[in-house]
Design a protein around this ligand. Structure first.
Ligand code: NI
Length: 148
């Protein structure tokens, strides 16, 4: 199905680039805050991963808001990459089962009701938004981010 193929190809690309961005941040910079009121690099990465997990919770019939992960939960770069891998596997398993009806099913989020297809694309944009933030943090740490 065309929509599923397009979604999966963009998702795989975004996912790969996000993993590369996390891998490139030096361990000692993971928790550094460029300003006290901003999330650290690690907290941004974990917000991105947790949001994907919480999206999946809703798509699978659960409630939004169960996973507010921060560096207190996953303090190292390897911890972050590990939980990212787990969430990726869960996402991939769900995405395998996507079909015409599932993509058009309506789901309720606390802020909006959307179809599954709309939800998947909204969360792609959310990931891209925070990956851009991760790239900025890499630059500020003197590290070359991955190619777009
Ligand atoms: Ni966000």
């Amino acid at each position: 199905m065309e929509e599923k193929r397009i979604f999966l190809s963009i998702w795989e690309l975004l996912r790969r680039k996000t993993v590369q961005a996390i891998e490139r941040m030096p361990e000692e910079q993971i928790g550094y805050r460029f300003s006290p009121d901003l999330r650290s690099f690690g907290d941004v990465a974990l917000h991105l991963v947790a949001s994907q997990r919480m999206m999946l919770d809703v798509l699978e019939g659960g409630q939004w808001g169960q996973h507010r992960w921060t560096l207190a939960d996953y303090p190292t770069r390897d911890d972050i990459l590990g939980v990212y891998r787990l969430v990726t596997e869960a996402e991939r398993a769900y995405y395998q089962g996507l079909d015409y009806d599932e993509l058009r099913r309506r789901v309720q989020f606390p802020w909006a009701e959307r179809t599954v297809l709309e939800t998947l694309f909204v969360f792609l944009v959310h990931q891209a938004h925070h990956r851009g933030q991760l790239y900025t943090y890499l630059r500020l740490a003197g590290v070359q981010p991955p190619e777009y």
